[in-house]
Design a protein around this ligand. Structure first.
Ligand code: KG4
Ligand code: ZN
Length: 364
């Protein structure tokens, strides 16, 4: 890195409209501003993200977020060296809103445009926040995704395995819905679980009996539904403590599966890169304290450094997109006005396609 680069980043692939300004300096990257406008209230009446509502809200809010981010960073368009935007994977209407907004700014201000893979944004966050060097093993665990990746470079990833159905964040969200808790479900379920007994109700640990790093979380939702119905049938309703116990049991099952699969992924990764024992976690579910702590313990078992971004950079944001844009740009990449929005965009192009469809649309 020889010159200072300042990028505006835009993110609109799910239910967060975000704009950020990141500056790459000789000493490393610095976040000058990161603005996130969530849409939780808009989707709340429907119990999940409604793609059409999300796309319209992004189109309405993007300009405002950009203005706010530039003002907070104390820069104008003339101070920027480029515009980075999430070009996929995600809900297509939202991604298109972001891509069109970025094209407008880039064309109007005569700036380079860089399309960014949303997953690369999450995957590179440990570099942005902890200065973690390549290579490292990454567990990307969010509302739409769950996969183990070896990060070799800004655009070079090998997938070791991932979920074959739901993503853990999606399972947290469904659990909250089934138990009458608010969305997004992760923080709500985590808060309930704090005063629950994780052993009161037994939940399965799917796919631990099979070798490899693939995971499955959809069965946990069925187990939860059965346990909830049994509780309601026996007591005529869901008692407060029973709800806490269900949340704790569910969270413990997700944590156990992620921990054991992380051990396997670390073994595989370390066979490939014994000189670089580093394990990072990113994505919205990485904000969960129980999961974070357990994964940190797993890293310690292997003598590996553990990196987890600060909570607000675990969930969707545009700082990670601006940073990933700078990394692509530095590597010589740039997009034209023909940049298109991609609903599906796997990080590891050689890996077989993932099955299923999450709240962010088709899985990459
Ligand atoms: O990365 P993110 O903002 O969006 C996606 O790319 O999916 O992740 C959002 C997901 C939601 O499903 C949310 O319930 C989950 O992350 N999440 C959590 C927590 N905070 C957010 N899950 C478990 N525990 C949390 N504390
Ligand atoms: Zn995300």
């Amino acid at each position: 890195m020889t010159r200072t680069l300042t990028f505006l980043g835009l993110e609109s692939s799910c239910d967060d409209t975000a704009a950020a300004v990141v500056r790459m300096e000789a000493t490393g990257p610095r976040i000058l501003a990161s603005v996130v406008a969530g849409q939780t209230a808009l989707h709340a009446p429907y119990g999940g993200v409604v793609p059409e509502i999300a796309a319209r809200a992004h189109a309405e809010k993007l300009d405002l977020c950009v203005e706010e981010a530039l003002a907070e960073a104390g820069v104008t368009l003339a101070d920027l060296d480029g515009v980075a935007v999430t070009a996929g994977p995600g809900l297509i209407g939202g991604v298109m809103s972001g891509v069109m907004c970025a094209k407008g700014i880039a064309a109007g201000a005569g700036l380079p445009l860089v399309g960014v893979n949303h997953l690369a944004g999450h995957a590179l966050t440990p570099q942005l926040t902890e200065g973690l060097a390549f290579p490292y093993l990454l567990l990307l665990v969010s509302g739409g995704h769950c996969q183990f990746l070896i990060a070799h470079g800004p655009e070079d990833f090998t997938r070791l395995g991932g979920t074959i159905d739901d993503a853990p964040g999606e399972a947290f969200d469904k659990t909250a819905k089934l138990l009458g808790l608010p969305q997004p479900g992760g923080p709500a379920v985590e808060a309930e679980a704090m005063s629950g007994d994780p052993k009161a109700v037994h939940f399965p640990r799917p796919l631990l009996d099979r070798p490899g790093c693939d995971m499955s979380f959809s069965g946990l939702k069925t187990a939860l539904l059965r346990a909830r119905d049994a509780e309601v049938a026996e007591h005529g309703g869901l008692r407060r403590q029973a709800r806490r116990d269900l949340c704790a049991g569910f969270q413990a099952a997700v944590t156990d599966v992620l921990a054991e699969k992380s051990r396997r992924a670390l073994r595989e990764y370390l066979a490939h890169a014994p000189e670089h024992p580093a394990f990072a976690v990113a994505g919205g579910v990485a904000a969960n304290a129980t999961i974070r702590t357990r994964l940190e313990q797993v890293a310690a078992e292997f003598g590996a450094t553990f990196a987890a971004p600060p909570l607000k950079l675990c969930t969707d944001n545009a700082a990670m997109i601006a940073y990933a844009g700078i990394a692509r740009f530095e590597a010589g990449a740039q997009d034209g006005m023909d940049l298109s929005a991609r609903p599906r965009w796997p990080l590891d192009r050689s890996a077989p396609a993932m099955l299923g469809s999450g709240k962010k649309g088709a899985k990459a």
